[in-house]
Design a protein around this ligand. Sequence first.
Ligand code: ATP
Ligand code: MG
Length: 447
Amino acid sequence: MRLSRYFLPVLKETPSEAQIVSHRLMLRAGMIKQSSAGIYSWLPLGYRVLRNIEQIVHEEQARAGHIPMLMPTLQSADLWRESGRYDAYGPEMLRVEDRHGRDMLYGPTNEELITDIFRSHVGSYKDLPLTLYHIQWKFRDEIRPRFGVMRGREFLMKDGYTFDLTKEDALHAYNRHLVSYLRTYERMGLQAIPMRADSGPIGGDDTHEFLVLADTGESEVFYDAEITDLKFGDRAINYDSVEECQAVLEEFTSRYARTDETHDAAEFAKVPEDRRRTARGIEVGQIFYFGTKYSEPMGATVADADGTRVPVHMGSHGIGVSRLLGAIIEASHDDKGIIWPEGVTPFHAGIVNLKQGDAEADAACQSLYDSLKALGLDPLYDDRNERAGGKFATMDLIGLPWRITVGPRGLKNGVVELTSRRTGESEELPPEQAVQRIASIYGTVNA
Ligand code: ATP
Ligand code: MG
């Protein structure tokens, strides 16, 4: 993309309404624009990152064997009356009436809808296990929408639903989700710690929340510092293996890690004092096993091997896709702007032309641009007639991990400058080598 032809409405001033750094930076970098309280338009740069996050979620869901689909945002109130949640959910649910006077609602979550789909089409234990998920907009009329996309009213969520014949199978589905989430967040450059949590209005027995440590997080968390040394990495795992998933779950959840809702001071005191940490965290996902809570009242049953109809065991598993943008920025920025992890960056590299209009500099930039494109990478070429300082400030603000700077002086010696946004370190090297370096970095990230 050429910046002169792109739509990147960066703000010079720091918006006064934004209280936390991720919200400020998303507004300043021209990623989002508020349309009303807690509801945002996703401008092109923000939309690119949102799509990249979705893509990682889809890829990791596929790896775990989960099946994508799409359910609507507007739902009929009737299904929610069947489960008993129409009245229970409270004012966070946005209720609307259609022209025929039928009660509808903008879905805050999808347990009822998916259970209805399941009971209409699945009748035998032979069709289990089954995991269906979608990535869809949700609406919750939060009493205090704030912090930009972190606590919106309209927000994008991945929600997956598992159906199993027995509790044991359902717990494997739960463990499998925990493992696949560890990998999902790490690919986004995040450490998200699974913590024992409270089940809230979804209801359930087993539940973990995934928290990203950040001072601006809304949850108070208590954990054993050893947890932050754990990395899932790129280990190969067989998601069908009960033992393998169980082992990873134990590795990542055996140390103390809880939110304030489930915090137990006596248990916490057993952690050696020098490892005890109290901090704040951002909830970026949650997994639940809730047994037959919905399948029983809604009649989602299957025939077991003896032909007896039994209610299925269910779980639901969510990732806060739009909230993740805020969480990633909270975890990765400096005073100049955002620092995107390679896994989610909106463009792989920026090209800064120090002397737009200089035939040699223009040609070198164009050639870098074409070479990166030919390798399947997406560069952002700042081809505007602006001073170098302004171009650098924009690149730093929007946070592309790599910048190639091209100017007549370097070109005389056959070199361009490759700069890491994270470390600020620069290196001079021939243009072809800069391209190769970037290609190899992303080759590793996307492997
Ligand atoms: P919270 O406790 O933050 O209100 P929740 O526990 O009610 O969230 P879940 O039902 O577990 O939310 O939804 C799954 C994920 O969706 C959450 O882990 C979070 O990342 C995201 N999410 C929930 N509410 C919002 C919101 N208002 N804005 C943005 N993301 C949200
Ligand atoms: Mg939650």
